[in-house]
Design a protein around this ligand. Structure first.
Ligand code: PLP
Length: 414
């Protein structure tokens, strides 16, 4: 396995880019400028090789076999659990549950709360900037349990209104479920303060870390969240794997999400008892190859250093914000200085989908739409934005290509 660039700031993007075969692709005959990283990141050779090696020489079902390959696959799978524990600084490996991704982790906890914790009259707080994968599972949990859902409002700059949040908290609040880093605005929310305020009133906190885990160092003990979820595919890893971290005391209180093989202790025809953590929440055969590939992604990010990644993205988004101001009629949605590498754009007279389509003709991949944040779009009176999102392999030169392409959009629509 080739090792990635060692921890340095500024990042050696040329060396990093050499690890990502797909970045050499021509898109519509132009060099690909991949700026849809908040949608899904690209994968380094090290991750692709780990998956190939797994299928070529290590593949078998886990936990149930006594043979060599099953032992090997189980070792790799559990090795990633320990790797994720270390990466996120969880106290115990069994507080790490493998899921398909952020959405599944949020549904698992939401369903468990609806069944075992929430009662009529209880309250759940989400926020207006949350992704649908936060809002909808908790909205459904509230509908099923008779609890009430309320949302923290967002300021014009795209920050959470923390004073309003504190006012919403009360003794009926059982859960605060929030996005750590907004995928639509880039805003990095003050999660430490949010958690302290919730805990002071006895409420649990679940963080959507889909956009935090890829871009900044996450320490679940330091922030003291009760639950944290993220997706492997946004952090250089494969699709099909995500992490749910939960404090042991909470995970023990929640019922299983799915039932079947691998998650039981004892089964009769009439009833069953459950296995201990983490097996209780991992029914059936998981995506073993994805979990194996995920470890290679964690290794890669660790070797580069999340602090260096965050600094690189901050530098790129600051440069991009400065440069897009040159394009007449273009407006950035989400202007807080404390933001990750996301630039949400609207242009007078041009629909975001048209912006996306014209950029695509220049080889620039951005996302146009509501970014699974309809309440947030409604708050800004918009239906959608065109979103450029950066990662560790993006460069200032790519920002220049983006800006050049935005000038072309302006010419077409002026
Ligand atoms: N939360 C945020 C902030 C996201 O950006 C995303 C993905 O776009 C999700 C949740 C959902 O992630 P997944 O589709 O991997 O479950």
């Amino acid at each position: 396995m080739t090792s990635p660039s060692s921890a340095i700031a500024p990042l050696d993007t040329a060396r990093i880019r050499a690890d990502f075969p797909i970045l050499g692709t021509l898109a519509r005959g132009k060099p690909l400028v991949y700026l849809d990283n908040a949608g899904s990141s690209q994968k380094p050779r090290q991750v692709i090789e780990a998956i190939t090696r797994y299928y070529e020489s290590e593949n078998a079902n886990i936990h149930r076999g006594v043979h060599y390959l099953s032992e090997r696959a189980s070792e790799l799978y559990e090795g990633t659990r320990e790797g994720a524990r270390r990466f996120f600084n969880a106290r115990r490996a069994h507080e790490i549950i493998f899921t398909r991704g952020t959405t599944e982790g949020m549904n698992l906890v939401g369903a468990g709360f609806a069944q075992a914790i929430l009662k009529p009259g209880d309250e759940v707080i989400v926020s207006t900037m949350d992704h649908h994968s936060v809002i909808v599972p908790w909205q459904q949990a509230c509908i099923r349990s008779g609890a009430k859902i309320v949302a923290v409002p967002v300021t014009p700059e795209g920050e959470l209104d923390i004073e309003a949040y504190v006012r919403l908290l009360n003794e009926r609040t059982k859960m605060v479920a929030l996005t750590w880093v907004s995928n639509a605005l880039g805003t990095i929310n003050p999660v430490r303060r949010i958690i302290e305020e919730a805990h002071a009133r006895g409420a649990a906190v679940m963080l959507d870390g889909a956009q935090a885990a890829p871009h900044l160092a996450v320490d679940v003990q330091a922030v003291d969240c009760d639950f944290f979820v993220c997706s492997g595919h946004k952090m250089l890893g494969p699709t099909g794997v995500g992490v749910l971290y939960g404090k042991e005391t909470w995970l023990d209180r929640l019922p299983p999400y799915q039932t079947g093989g691998g998650m039981i202790d004892m089964v009769t025809i009439e009833q069953s008892t459950w296995a201990r953590l983490p097996a209780k929440f991992e029914a059936g055969t998981p995506d073993i190859a994805a979990v194996v590939g995920f470890q290679a992604a964690l290794d890669y990010l660790e070797a580069v250093g999340l602090d260096a990644v965050a600094a690189h993205e901050h530098e790129l988004v600051s440069y991009a914000t400065e440069r897009v101001a040159e394009v007449p009629g273009l407006r950035v949605i989400g202007t807080t200085p404390n933001k990750a590498g996301v630039l949400s754009l609207v242009m007078e007279g041009a629909h975001p989908h048209d912006i996306g389509t014209i950029l695509d003709q220049e080889g620039v991949a951005v996302r146009a739409g509501h970014h699974c944040c309809q309440p947030l779009m409604r708050h800004y009176g918009l239906s959608s934005t065109a979103r450029a999102s950066f990662y560790l392999y993006n460069t200032r030169e790519e920002v220049d290509v983006l800006v050049g392409a935005l000038h072309k959009v302006r010419e077409i629509f002026s």
